[in-house]
Design a protein around this ligand. Structure first.
Ligand SMILES: *Cc1c(COP(=O)(O)O)cnc(C)c1O
Length: 444
């Protein structure tokens, strides 16, 4: 007998989705033309690591920076060869001392925290909100100490963090704010761009982001002082400070974080397409929210009326009560995490692309668990006056931990070029799984 239409594919039923999703690709003819122009000029980089005209890079780098500054309405834009490099510039620019503390989210790409470690400063992880996945201002407030210097705020998955509250808190305590807006380009909160709330905002132009140039990034700021320091760190600071008359030498350790002309030419073209790609993703996310909103025990991304969402990831969570009402009791499985993993397996079985059952708990990475980054003797944590007192044990960020271990389900929208039919099919596959939840129950 053939399996019933409702039989889950993972149990031998028919797969709901049979198409292969096309890969996301924002690169087109405009980029090819721009690259060709640079190729013909023969100037693939205009940078020189010395004071003078070429300290600021070639024409395409400067055009790209001007386009960024104009778009975000910020005074300065500093391009870099990745946002990882950009965040290193940003933290170094703040005059941090080794042992200073910077508060950061555990639910972010590891580079948000590594940029802090890099200067010998200490990442202090503040927990996230269950429904937005963003760092919680209340948790931040509880982590502020006399050693706190700054707050590093990702707007993760493309949803604005509680930026107004965080900036206000920072001002009360005399702290700086760096916004890691890698996943939220072109996104507004109350009519103001994410990335422009803090002292410095950073955007990634890495291959996996909404728009990209292969590898690249950019930082924005309204502060001339911070802009100059970021430019110095980007381009061999120690060799340039004398000529530039720079006398405050703290963190004037330089690198080659410069963006090439080819990448800058691509990145500038990509900027023209940003709004279109973000709007497209917004439509898909909102549609998914509408289609998935009524499935018991499933919470789609939280949306507020005054904010956009770039849907870099479509992050959801499940809850035990809702699932129990639909017939799945945690007790029968041992943990909510087991149910989550089964649901992900069932969704993948139906052919849903990009299903993720984890994101990240940065504080649980071995570098933090063992407190070893530079050499083998525990630096930079050893340099901290409180030494080993900094706590990274499991339990410091309970919401982030429970999401990763038990209840998070993500759809990696950034990887695919979905159309409306794909989104309908994905939602239908979710509905099939939710109609067939009883099939997931352990056999007695
Ligand atoms: C991608 C990303 C980065 C790093 O950007 P790169 O350009 O790849 O170095 C930093 N933070 C977050 C939140 C990111 O998603």
């Amino acid at each position: 007998m053939p399996p019933a239409a409702s039989t889950l594919a993972m149990l031998g039923g028919e797969k709901h989705i049979r198409w292969q999703a096309p890969a996301y690709n924002p690169i087109g003819q405009e980029e090819a033309v721009a690259v060709n122009e640079v190729m013909q000029s023969g100037v693939l980089s205009g940078f020189v690591g010395a004071s003078g005209e070429k300290f600021l890079g070639g024409p395409k780098v400067q055009d790209f920076e001007a386009a960024i500054a104009k778009y975000y309405g910020s005074r300065y834009a500093i391009s870099v060869n990745s946002l990882t490099s950009g965040l290193i510039c940003a933290v170094g620019a703040l005059d941090v001392e080794p042992g200073d503390e910077i508060i950061v989210s555990p639910w972010t790409m590891c580079a948000s925290a590594t940029a802090i470690v890099f200067w010998g400063a200490i990442p202090i992880f503040a927990d996230i909100e269950l429904d937005t996945f963003n760092i919680d201002p209340v948790a931040i407030a509880a982590k502020i100490t006399p050693r706190t210097k700054a707050i590093m705020v990702p707007s993760i998955f493309g949803l604005p963090a509680k930026l107004e509250a965080i900036v206000e808190l920072a001002h009360e305590h005399g702290l700086r704010v760096i916004e890691d807006a890698a996943q939220a380009p072109g996104v507004k909160l109350n009519d103001k761009f994410v990335g422009t709330f803090g002292d410095i905002g950073g955007f990634s132009f890495n291959y996996h982001k909404h728009i990209h140039c292969g590898e690249g990034g950019v930082c924005i700021t309204d502060s001339e002082y911070l802009a100059q320091r970021m430019r110095l760190i980007r381009n061999h600071a120690e060799a340039v400070v004398e000529d530039k008359g720079v006398t405050s030498l703290g963190n004037m350790v330089g690198f080659n974080f410069r963006l090439g002309e080819l990448e800058a030419a691509i990145a500038e073209q990509q900027m023209h397409k940003l709004d279109g790609y973000v709007a497209q993703r917004w439509q898909q996310g909102v549609k998914l929210n509408r289609l998935l909103g009524k499935l018991p025990g499933l919470h789609p991304p939280a949306l507020e009326p005054d904010q956009m969402h770039a849907f870099y990831m479509y992050g959801m969570r499940i809850d035990a009560e809702g699932l129990q009402s639909a017939g799945l009791a945690v007790n029968d499985f041992g943990s909510l995490g087991k149910i989550r993993d089964l649901l992900c397996e069932a969704l993948r079985g139906e052919g849903v692309p990009g299903v993720c059952s984890r994101y990240v708990n940065v504080h649980m990475l071995p570098m933090y668990q063992k407190k070893i980054a530079f050499g083998t003797r525990g630096y930079p944590w050893q340099a901290h006056e409180n030494g080993r007192a900094v706590d990274y044990t499991r339990g410091i960020c309970p919401q982030a931990e429970v999401l990763n271990e038990q209840s998070y389900i993500g759809l990696s929208l950034c990887e695919y070029a979905f159309d409306d039919v794909h989104i309908d099919d994905i939602a239908a596959a979710f509905k099939k799984v939710w109609k067939s939840l009883d099939q997931l129950r352990p056999k007695p």
